[in-house]
Design a protein around this ligand. Sequence first.
Ligand code: ZN
Length: 172
Amino acid sequence: MTASLDIFDELNAEIAKALEKSNLRKKAANLKRQAYDTTIGRRVREKAMLEYRETLALIEIENWKPVGTAALFTEQQCDGCGSVHRVFLQFMEIQQHKSRATSRRWLRVPIPNPYLPREVVIQPNKTHICPACCDEHGFDMTKASFLGISATALAVSDNYLQGDINAPSEIG
Ligand SMILES: [Zn+2]
């Protein structure tokens, strides 16, 4: 008896979920219509556009399921001495699209989900100097100065172009 009730409960939950999704789609369609309706005031249209985007985001969340969790590291490969150094960057949740199984996305999360399988992802980067060889270029690691602890974690910056310290000098 309990088992058959469970099946109905699950079925009802599925129906409720499907209804909620179709209601969200209807809501999104209405908001979009309002947002582009030039016969109504600008403020109302702007509010509708904001709500339209929020509703789309809610629909989008429903399309993905978490399938794994990853620890992302960056790897610094020194072309000066060949050493490799790894630094942790962030945790990420791996999500799979419910209707397109080949579509995956990685979302940064503060803490990895304890119930998902775990994996390591490494983003390799090239460098021309590293902690193992900087003394060869006159930088003494044993006399390093320490700055205050950074409030933000290390992230890869895409607007820094590193010069090649091993290339023939252009100065002098
Ligand atoms: Zn090196």
